[in-house]
Design a protein around this ligand. Structure first.
Ligand code: ATP
Ligand code: MG
Length: 323
């Protein structure tokens, strides 16, 4: 059986990178896999959070999933904190990653201040015995850690208990960059709102942000190779190509030799076309929070029905801490 688990943190404004690098791919994958899409609110707690804002952000991510085309009947959509097994399994794995064979990586992670987060993420994935994890490029190493932990568990207890989860990193927009700095990832947590296009931005704001996006004085080149040293230009070309459903080469063929002002107008129109529809649908869904909460509750029940037996089995296999 092939099962997908993936998630997004309710940490702020969902943006074009979240859409192109993650959500949009999930919409396509739901037909071929059993899918579990989580709003990973426990991950958001690594930063101080206002409860009302966290609840609002959780609903916003849920609305984005549904508005983008994820079917809450076909897939399981829920928020992490409603299934206590995530935190429990993370506790087990934390202890297990203290195995000798994990030591170097663990130290490396601790040095990055990332120790708790990737282990919790591994728990999220393993709790559902997920085989595939569709994510943006930045999450690749975390899925690989989940894979390492699964392997370490299987070896230690001499059985094929956890499938080794595989990262699925699709398409050309696996790492959408900031509009202000082509060497930095577009992020929810970037303090500048002008660094990203949010999924709920209206047409005017999208156009303004694209007009202000950092570029360089040269016109658009004719070849991909010429974009190598121009990260901001490259990023905008990638975004255009992916939104238009064409290759980067084809995008350049349309705009080679033209100024950024012309290209940016076309990019705005295209962004508004794609995001306008989804943003509108998000706003419609968010007007009825009761419906969103019902989706999350039902999702949590379905998720727990898979997760709890796996957690029990882990407890049985390890033979620890059960009466
Ligand atoms: P934060 O700044 O709070 O970490 P984020 O924008 O990185 O927010 P996450 O919730 O950490 O969002 O990640 C959700 C999903 O979106 C992950 O699969 C991640 O790989 C993907 N993703 C995030 N940013 C980008 C991006 N700039 N380009 C492509 N995919 C992205
Ligand atoms: Mg992130």
């Amino acid at each position: 059986m092939n099962r997908i688990f993936s998630g997004i943190q309710p940490t702020g404004n969902l943006h074009l990178g979240n859409y192109l690098g993650a959500i949009r791919n999930w919409v396509a994958l739901q037909h071929d896999y059993e899918c579990i899409f989580c709003i990973v609110d426990l991950h958001a707690l690594t930063q101080p959070q206002d409860p009302d804002e966290l609840r609002a952000a959780t609903r916003e991510v849920t609305a984005a999933y549904i508005a983008a085309g994820i079917d809450p009947e076909r897939c399981i959509i829920f928020n992490q904190s409603m299934v206590s097994a995530h935190a429990e399994l993370a506790g087990w794995l934390n202890r297990m990653t203290q195995f000798k064979e994990k030591a170097p990586k663990q130290r490396e992670m601790a040095g990055l201040g990332l120790y708790g987060y990737p282990v919790l993420m591994a728990a999220d994935i393993l709790l559902y015995k997920a085989t595939h994890v569709p994510v943006g490029e930045d999450q690749k190493q975390h899925v690989e850690l989940a894979r390492d932990i699964a392997g370490a568990f299987n070896r230690r207890y001499e059985r094929d208990f956890f499938p080794l989860p595989e990262p699925q990193i699709f398409g050309e927009a696996t790492r959408v960059m900031s509009l202000r700095d082509g060497t930095k990832k577009m992020s929810k947590s970037d303090t500048s709102d002008y660094s990203r296009i949010n999924m709920t931005d209206d047409a005017e704001l999208i156009a303004l942000k694209i007009r202000r996006a950092k570029t360089d004085p040269e016109p658009l080149p004719a070849s991909i190779a010429a974009l190598d040293a121009r990260p901001e230009a490259d990023n905008l070309v990638v975004i255009y190509a992916v939104l238009a459903g064409i290759s980067r080469e084809a995008a350049l063929a349309r705009f080679a030799g033209q100024n950024f002002s012309t290209f940016k107008e076309a990019l705005s129109a295209l962004s508004v076309e794609v995001l306008g529809r989804i943003g509108g649908e998000m706003r419609r869904l968010l007007a009825d929070p009761g419906h969103i909460d019902a989706v999350l509750r039902r999702g949590a029940e379905r998720a727990a029905a898979i997760a709890m037996p796996v957690l029990r089995e882990v407890q049985d296999i390890t033979g620890l801490l059960r009466p």
